[in-house]
Design a protein around this ligand. Sequence first.
Ligand code: ZN
Length: 104
Amino acid sequence: MRNVREVEGVPRKIPQRTCLGCQAVKPKREMIRITRTPDGAVVVDPTGKKAGRGAYVCPSIECLEMAKKHKRFERALGVVPPPSVFEELRRQIEAMNESAETRR
Ligand SMILES: [Zn+2]
């Protein structure tokens, strides 16, 4: 007896992640990653390459606030992120939004 699973024929996909704030699913590289490193620290990981457990939010202050309010970082990472992480995230989001907007 064979248990054949149809995995072939699935188109190559861009990795998608769910935002902790609005729960939207988006390509990983459009989001900001927060990582819990193996030594238990929580860091903002703009490159998305650090080892550890990751959580994602859209580059939006609203999503950050929502995720923070509902304590979704705690749930996703298993630890309470220090306030400095939220400050860092906010800075990242603001920087991303500034570069995205085309100002005269
Ligand atoms: Zn979001």
